[in-house]
Write a protein that binds this ligand. Structure first.
Ligand code: 13P
Length: 251
């Protein structure tokens, strides 16, 4: 059976000291919950504080991005090896904010995912349509293309190091959540695409998250859907009580 993964994406929020405070408060709240893997993806500079605070807990730490080259003249970038040495286990790749504001393309998403996996990280690959795409009726095509391009050259064995997050761009940070049916429908489409690329058994094992205004009030309904295997949570992952409620909703 595939894993349920509840992951926070802090985006550009929190400082190292606030990170420590947050994780110290969260850890006892979620300590008894073992039905879902719990991940916090935090800004690079908060990683050492996060790893230290999460040590000995059931919370794993992730990064919000990773560069595709192992090292070199890439000012401002962070390699997978650096992350691994810091104790990071996951890296978000291809978030829509990076696609939208930082020139991320399907090709660089693929390169970053491969680099993450090669170093032993689990890549949380984000896909999702804009409102304009949804209204044009091309959501299925868009997420299929993004999924195929992101997974190009990734072996069936390495799929165990992949999570796909379906994040409709129109639902991110807008308070506009996809309906449970919309979320489940697109997660199932992604699973079908993966079955076509690999095989059904591999697709059935793949964790596919929903992200986009998931919160304490709507998480249980979204997570109850057959093809939604977790959440990638922005705003609500910045509040201990809300994130705890979402973790508990995954039980
Ligand atoms: P919100 O939960 O704030 O809508 O953000 C979702 C997201 O982008 C997670 O990666």
């Amino acid at each position: 059976m595939r894993k349920t993964v509840i992951a926070g994406n802090w985006k550009m929020n929190m400082t190292p000291s606030k990170t420590t405070e947050f994780i110290k408060a969260l850890a006892p709240e979620v300590a008894a919950y073992n039905k879902a893997d719990i991940v916090l993806c935090v800004p690079f500079v908060n990683i050492p504080a996060a790893v230290e605070a999460a040590n000995g807990t059931n919370i794993a730490i992730g990064a919000e991005n990773v560069h595709f080259e192992p090292k070199g003249a890439y000012t401002g970038e962070i390699s997978a090896e650096m992350l691994v040495e810091c104790g990071v286990k996951y890296a978000i790749v291809g978030h829509s904010e990076r696609r939208q504001y930082f020139g991320e393309t399907d090709e660089t998403v693929n390169l970053r995912a491969k680099a993450a996996i090669a170093s032993g990280l689990t890549a949380i690959i984000c896909v999702g349509e804009t409102l304009e795409m949804r209204e044009s009726g091309i959501t299925a095509e868009i997420v299929a293309i993004q999924t195929k391009k992101a997974l190009a050259g990734i072996s069936k064995e390495d799929l165990a190091k992949v999570i796909i997050a379906y994040e409709p761009v129109w639902a991110i940070g807008t308070g506009k959540v996809a309906t449970t049916e919309q979320a489940n429908e697109v997660c199932a489409i992604i699973r079908d695409v993966v079955a076509g690329l690999y095989d059904k058994a591999s697709a059935d094992e793949l964790t596919i998250q929903y992200g986009g205004s998931m919160n304490a009030a709507n998480a249980a309904d979204l997570l109850a859907m057959s093809d939604v295997d977790g959440g990638l949570i922005g705003g609500a992952s910045l509040k201990v009580a809300d994130f705890t409620t979402i973790v508990k909703a995954a039980q």
